[in-house]
Ligand binder design. Structure first.
Ligand SMILES: C[S@@+](CC[C@H](N)C(=O)[O-])C[C@H]1O[C@@H](n2cnc3c(N)ncnc32)[C@H](O)[C@@H]1O
Length: 203
C-alpha cells in the first residue's frame, strides 16, 4: 500500500483514542517551542501534524503564522473541523513531506513522529534537502522514537535514534541546541520512549 493510502485509511477508521501517538497536551513540543521564544508572528510549521492538538495550543499562546502539513487529507480535515472558525488562522498543506516545495522560510520546523518513518537513505537525504531550504535561520525540532522506543508504529517500520545518530543526519547545516528523551503514554497505557532534539541552523 502506498504511504498516502495507508495514512488516509488510518485516519478514516481510527479515532484519536485508537492511535498510539495521541497526546492530550503535547508537552515536550510546547516546552521546546516556548523555550525558543520567537516573536509570535514567526512562521512555524508542523510536519506530519495530523490531527495533533499542537496547533490548538500554539493558537492559544498567540502564535499567528502557523502551518500544518500532512500526507493525509482526512487528518487535516479532522483538525480543521475540530478548530472550527479558528482553522482559518492556520495554513494547511496536504503533501508528502518528500514532495514539499517550500516557498518561504520557517523560524521553527517541528516534526514529532513523522521523520522516523523515513527508513531509506534517499528519503532521509530528500528530507534534509527540503528542511535546509525551508530554514534560513531558525530551529529544527525532531521528536523520533529513541533506541528504547518501538520498532514499528501504525503497522509501519520506523528508524529509531540516539542523539549521535540523529544529530549525524543533520550535522551538515544544523547543530544540537538541546536534547532529551521522554516517555509517551499511549491511549492504551503502553509506553513509547521518544528522543527530542532541538537543532539550530548554522549554515
Ligand atoms: C505517528 S503520526 C504523528 C502525528 C503528530 N505529529 C503527533 O505527534 O500527534 C505520523 C503523522 O505523519 C503523517 N505522515 C506520515 N508520512 C508522511 C509523509 N511522508 N509526509 C507527510 N506526512 C506524513 C501521518 O499522516 C501522520 O499524521
Amino acid at each position: 500500500m502506498k504511504t498516502q493510502q495507508h495514512w488516509e485509511q488510518v485516519y478514516a477508521t481510527k479515532s484519536q483514542n485508537e492511535v498510539s501517538w495521541t497526546q492530550q497536551v503535547p508537552e515536550q513540543s510546547l516546552s521546546i517551542i516556548d523555550g525558543i521564544n520567537v516573536p509570535q508572528n514567526s512562521p512555524i510549521i508542523d510536519i506530519g501534524g495530523g490531527d495533533s492538538l499542537l496547533v490548538d495550543f500554539l493558537l492559544d499562546e498567540g502564535y499567528t503564522d502557523l502551518t500544518v502539513l500532512d500526507i493525509s487529507a482526512v487528518a487535516i480535515d479532522r483538525a480543521k473541523n475540530r478548530l472550527g472558525l479558528r482553522a482559518d488562522q492556520v495554513n494547511w498543506i496536504v503533501s508528502d513531506i518528500l514532495d514539499f516545495e517550500p516557498d518561504r522560510d520557517y523560524a521553527i520546523w517541528h516534526d514529532r513522529a513523522t521523520f522516523h518513518f523515513l527508513t531509506e537513505s534517499w528519503q532521509i537525504k530528500q528530507y534534509l534537502k527540503i528542511v535546509k531550504k525551508s530554514i534560513k535561520k531558525g530551529h529544527l525540532i525532531v521528536g523520533a522514537f529513541s533506541e528504547n522506543g518501538p520498532e514499528r508504529c501504525s503497522g509501519l517500520p520506523v528508524q529509531r535514534y540516539d542523539v549521535s545518530s540523529l544529530s549525524n543526519i543533520f550535522e551538515n547545516g544544523f547543530t544540537v541546541n538541546t536534547h532529551f528523551t521522554a516517555d509517551h503514554t499511549t491511549p492504551f497505557n503502553t509506553i513509547q520512549n521518544f528522543l527530542f532534539i532541538d537543532f539550530i541552523k548554522t549554515n
